[in-house]
Design a protein around this ligand. Structure first.
Ligand code: CP
Length: 322
């Protein structure tokens, strides 16, 4: 597996959480806590990214990840450019690599990339200049590392520990990069009771999520759970999605108040967003007292600041001299 750290242990890239140690994850979460500000408090303003140029290349739709990477970079003093597929020369046939080379020639230091093609971040790292960093903002169904970190931070904030927690991940796990990264994060941090809850067709293959239990009835999967992470059905990643019936899915797998009573009384209800209310989750639960969904968004900004700051600190060691 490719190392995402340099010989001094500094973070060079972040395209997956796999391979990162518990201590590395904890260091990022600790740093994120120093950047976290509640809505209504003055935002953190720093200079950790002064002189650094960050390019956000989002070639798949995004609200939370894109907005928070943009704000995170600006609040740490970076120059930021945002490029979307429809407004870029990729619609004229330019390859991703030529887009990267073009922006590299304008002294871009960090590329934040969301793309539907599995393997793209890894491919880019093989071709970029040695002083440039790549952060994945979501890679196909494979990985969404900053989502995994923000989910871990949200759980740690409320539960103070990972060992001994029962965590149910419910929904379209098969197509979910969030499930893969979040499960990896919490298992690395000490949670052993991870339950994958989905209709048979939406469970991942047996060789994935080692150590997790599998359930095909939501009532069984969320019983006694300390954390319930709900997932959207990702129709955009399915070959045949037209046959899926939203009402039937909500009846069989939707999280409503009645089902939530099966979980621990202190359960955290999480959702990475975007939510489809009335499909995987009821509004009563999404907006209810056990929901930490908006806290996840707040933690997402702090985590992305922490990742950018860690990478910027490493970057300075790899820059070309004047
Ligand atoms: N959770 C998440 O990645 O949301 P966006 O697609 O809005 O960025």
């Amino acid at each position: 597996m490719r190392s995402q750290q340099d010989s001094a242990g500094g973070l060079r890239h972040l395209i997956t959480l796999e391979g990162l140690t518990r201590d590395t994850l904890i260091a990022i979460l600790d740093r994120a806590e120093t950047y976290r500000r509640l809505p209504g408090q003055p935002a953190y303003e720093g200079r950790e990214l002064a002189g650094v140029t960050v390019a956000n290349l989002f070639f798949e739709p995004s609200t939370r990840t894109r907005a928070s990477f943009d704000l995170a970079a600006r609040r740490l003093g970076a120059h930021v450019l945002n490029l979307e597929q429809q407004a870029s020369s990729r619609v004229k046939g330019e390859t991703m690599l030529d887009t990267i080379y073009t922006l590299e020639a304008m002294n871009t230091d960090v590329f934040v990339i969301r793309d539907s093609e599995a393997g793209m971040p890894d491919f880019l790292i093989d071709h970029i200049a040695p002083h440039v960093s790549v952060i994945s903002a979501g890679e196909a169904h494979v990985s969404h590392p900053t989502q995994g970190l923000l989910d871990a931070l949200t759980i740690r904030t409320h539960k103070r520990r990972f060992a001994g927690l029962k965590v149910a991940i419910v929904g379209d796990i098969k197509h979910s990069r969030v499930a893969r990264s979040s499960a990896y994060a919490i298992m690395t941090l000490g949670t052993s009771d991870v339950r994958l809850v989905a209709p048979e067709a939406l469970l991942p293959s047996e060789d994935e999520f080692p150590g997790a239990q599998r359930f095909t009835r939501i009532e069984d999967g969320i019983a006694g759970a300390d954390v319930v992470m709900m997932l959207r059905i990702q129709k955009e990643r399915m070959v045949q999605s037209a046959s899926l019936d939203d009402a039937a899915y909500f009846r069989d797998f939707g999280l409503n108040s009645k089902r939530l009573k099966l979980a621990s009384p202190s359960v955290l209800v999480m959702h990475p967003g975007p939510m489809n209310r009335g499909v995987e989750i009821s509004s009563e639960v999404a907006d209810g007292p056990r929901s930490v969904i908006r806290e996840q968004v707040n933690n997402g900004l702090a985590v992305r600041m922490a990742v950018l700051a860690a990478i910027a600190a490493t970057l300075t060691r790899h820059r070309r001299p004047l």
